[in-house]
Design a protein. Structure first.
Length: 375
């Protein structure tokens, strides 16, 4: 699945390659995508590839985590000496890194080992996984990098050590480009998006940490206050207990005609959806969702984010959007004062374009890589 972590990896790999650094990307589950063009991507033998659930809900998911760790580790042991620095990104790659090799971890999010709703036994398994994770990170990772101060504090609380902080880049120029008439027409037709509706977009895979249920609650509260309000959930969707919970809520509150699940979308389609939508809402209670508010601001869309999101401090400090836990009230505020919030979003776009570039992120990251390679 091509998401936020993959975006970081690809931008970093392209930046390093352009400066003469030999870079290879190792992945255990790979689908050929245009973003990887001209990059050296290594995939273990097809028969050994593992398609595991990103958020565990049953015992077989736990088993698959260890299978993929074993697959990656066996391959890394064969090739590690060919590289100066190893650079794992998302879990479980961090558990596969062999000991004794200079290693920098781009901690896009702290591992969240369990997303089942009512399985106490497996929550105990997840509790053990946190202790195991702390051991692997502190014995194998030399330097960790996170995207902001809140993430740094969470990292310290989990691992007892401070990471470096480098803000991600945003493809501001890309997301700021308005869609053509034909692009907008095709997306509106695909998802049956009307011209006279007020669209709230929520970007992220369907999971408890992204908290789509809170967005649905806000939709239900606002049905009578905001005519033709609709919610677009743009993100990867699996058949899970949480998905069933969302479907039950939609049925109980008669919201079937007001909710659009797009599934995982391409970057091009996401850009169009940002421009069609009127406001972005992210009521997340866990890791991730760092890029989405800034992508939406690049498209000049007002943003409403949870105070639990790590990027909320930046959004609040710079006055880029609304930071709150009362999403219905915030959506109504944006709806009733839309020109004011559009102007705020326009200023947010200026901030994104001037302050959050991938070149700036990669330049700082390369300095850390160079210092690691010289050790």
């Amino acid at each position: 699945m091509y998401g936020g972590a993959e975006t970081v990896i690809v931008h970093l790999a392209r930046y390093l390659s352009a400066r003469g650094v030999d870079v290879s990307i190792l992945t255990a589950d790979f689908e050929l995508r245009p973003e990887y063009k001209h990059l050296n991507v290594i995939v273990p033998l097809a028969e050994k590839q593992i398609h595991y659930r990103i958020r565990g809900e049953k015992f077989s998911d736990v088993v698959d985590v260890f299978r993929i760790v074993n697959l990656l580790r066996n391959y890394l042991l064969k090739v590690a000496n060919q590289f100066d620095v190893l650079n794992p990104h998302n879990f479980p790659a961090t558990w596969a890194v062999p000991r004794g090799k200079p290693t920098i971890w781009m901690c896009n999010e702290l591992p969240d080992f369990w997303h089942g709703i009512s399985r106490p036994l497996f929550r105990k398994v997840a509790g053990f996984a946190y202790f195991l994770d702390r051991y692997f990170i502190n014995s194998r990772v030399d330097v960790a990098v996170v995207s902001d101060q809140k993430n740094a504090e969470s990292f310290y609380n989990r691992y007892g050590r401070w990471p470096r902080i480098i803000h991600y880049g945003i493809e501001g120029e890309f997301f700021s480009k308005p869609p053509s008439r034909s692009e907008e027409y095709l997306v509106r037709k695909k998802y049956q998006l009307r011209d006279d509706s007020f669209y709230v977009i929520h970007v992220g895979m369907i999971s408890p940490s992204k908290n789509q249920l809170e967005t649905l609650r806000a939709l239900w509260k606002l049905k009578c206050s905001v005519p033709n309000i609709k919610v677009i959930f743009a993100g990867f969707k699996q058949n899970t207990q949480y998905t069933s919970l969302l479907n039950d809520f939609i049925g109980q509150k008669s919201l079937e005609g007001d909710v659009i699940f797009t599934g995982h979308v391409s970057k091009d389609e996401l850009r169009v959806l940002y421009h069609i939508s009127h406001v972005l809402v992210l009521p997340g209670i866990g890791q991730g969702s760092w890029l989405s508010p800034f992508e939406a601001l690049a498209a000049e869309k007002p943003v409403i984010v949870s105070p639990y999101l790590t990027n909320s401090s930046i959004i609040d400090r710079m006055g880029l959007g609304i930071v709150t836990s009362d999403y219905a009230k915030a959506i109504l505020e944006v709806y009733e004062n839309y020109p004011c919030y559009k102007e705020k979003a326009r200023k947010g776009k200026e901030f994104v374009l001037s302050e959050l570039s991938w070149d700036r992120f990669c330049e700082k990251y390369l300095a850390i890589l160079n210092s690691m390679a010289l050790k």
